[in-house]
Design a protein around this ligand. Structure first.
Ligand code: ZN
Length: 358
């Protein structure tokens, strides 16, 4: 059985999404969830997935969504982040089938202060469900890890009940991921807090799966957002295995990997740690920092190579009156960024064993 026996090209929803993630656990791969902030990066992600023959997750952060709507629009009442996420989603929805790729359409970290953004996307999902029988997004993430565990779970439950009615999946985060992302700064936190405890993960699993099985859990196991200084924090993926064993035993389950785990802050991780995390049931790994660098380095290398053709509209080593339009046309240098992004994302597909699946 191949992956296209489970899901079809296009956006993946509901039961199909759950089956895809359990299939990933069973086969031992994780799907890269790529932060996209523009039509260019969306297309590059789709192209990379098509050529890698891989399913793909595309996610929009709050800041990325604002950027998709245009930084100049202004984001009062989260209007730009809501509209930008919806624009991005419709681009992915329109193109995913044409690229022939199964895509999980997702939104990234949403802290409590950003809930109006979450509400806006969910309202669009509900409108889409009423008209077409599916939500617009496959899934959304709530990051209430800064709140108490009680509040975190309570708010997740409230939203999950609403999302379950339209077959939309929830990703939640517990514990603290170090580093800084989207305005949440955990640079100087006590390091023991960087690891979720089995009882905490089980409590989340127990309370949320009573409402719906469509839950992904980002538990902290020493992760740090962004590229971190080696030696600061020890990544301990074996803790995820301990959580799975705890949940299995407590609930008397047959499944060795009952929880669908997500790997945040994996940039710069060793391949062996990624392998180990996947072995313990990680089915989604966020990819942002490394593809950001790749996108930029595509432009940087192009500039270095074509420096003499990029100093004015006319005049280059071939002659004073020679035009440079072909070089500075954004379609030329942005394409270099895309190609570099694609090379880096292909590496992630291989690292996550999410390669050559159809
Ligand atoms: Zn996170």
């Amino acid at each position: 059985m191949g992956i296209l026996d489970i899901v079809q090209p296009g956006i993946v929803y509901g039961e199909d999404l759950y089956n895809l993630l359990k299939y990933a656990q069973e086969k031992g791969f994780a799907i890269p969830s790529v932060n996209c902030t523009s039509s260019s990066t969306i297309n590059a992600a789709l192209e990379a997935a098509r050529d890698a023959k891989s399913p793909l997750m595309i996610q929009f952060s709050n800041g990325g969504s604002v950027f998709l709507a245009g930084k100049g629009l202004g984001n009062s009442g989260e209007r730009a982040s809501i509209a930008g996420a919806i624009c991005g989603a419709y681009q992915v929805k329109t193109l995913a089938k044409l690229y022939g790729v199964p895509v999980v359409l997702h939104s990234d970290h949403c802290a409590k202060k950003l809930l109006p953004w979450f509400d806006g996307m969910l309202e669009e999902d509900e409108r889409h469900f009423a008209a077409h029988g599916t939500p617009l997004f496959s899934s959304h993430m709530l990051d209430l890890s800064e709140e108490s565990l009680e509040d975190n779970i309570a708010i997740c439950k409230k939203y999950l009940a609403r999302m379950d009615k339209i077959n939309c999946m929830l990703e939640m985060e517990l514990g603290i991921t170090g580093g800084e992302e989207d305005g949440v700064d955990n640079e100087n936190v006590d390091t023991e807090k960087l690891y979720s405890q089995p009882e905490e993960v089980d409590r989340v699993y127990t309370e949320l799966t009573q409402i719906s099985k469509n839950v992904m859990i980002a538990a902290a196991f020493g992760n740090v957002h962004g590229v971190y200084k080696p030696g600061n924090v020890k990544l301990s993926p074996e803790r995820l295995g301990q959580h799975q064993a705890f949940i299995k035993k407590k609930h008397g389950l047959k499944d060795d990997k009952p929880a669908l785990f997500v790997f945040h802050g994996g940039s710069g991780s060793e391949k062996s740690q990624i392998d180990e995390a996947i072995g313990h049931g990680v089915i989604k790994m966020n990819i942002d920092t490394d593809t950001q660098w790749a996108y930029w380095s595509g432009v940087l290398n192009f500039y270095k190579e074509k420096n003499a053709y990029l100093q004015g509209q006319i005049g280059n080593p071939e002659g004073e009156d020679k035009p440079n339009k072909k070089q500075y046309d954004p379609r030329n240098w942005i394409r270099k960024a895309e190609q570099s992004f694609i090379v880096r994302l292909t590496e992630s597909f291989k690292d996550l064993k999410c390669y050559g699946l159809f």
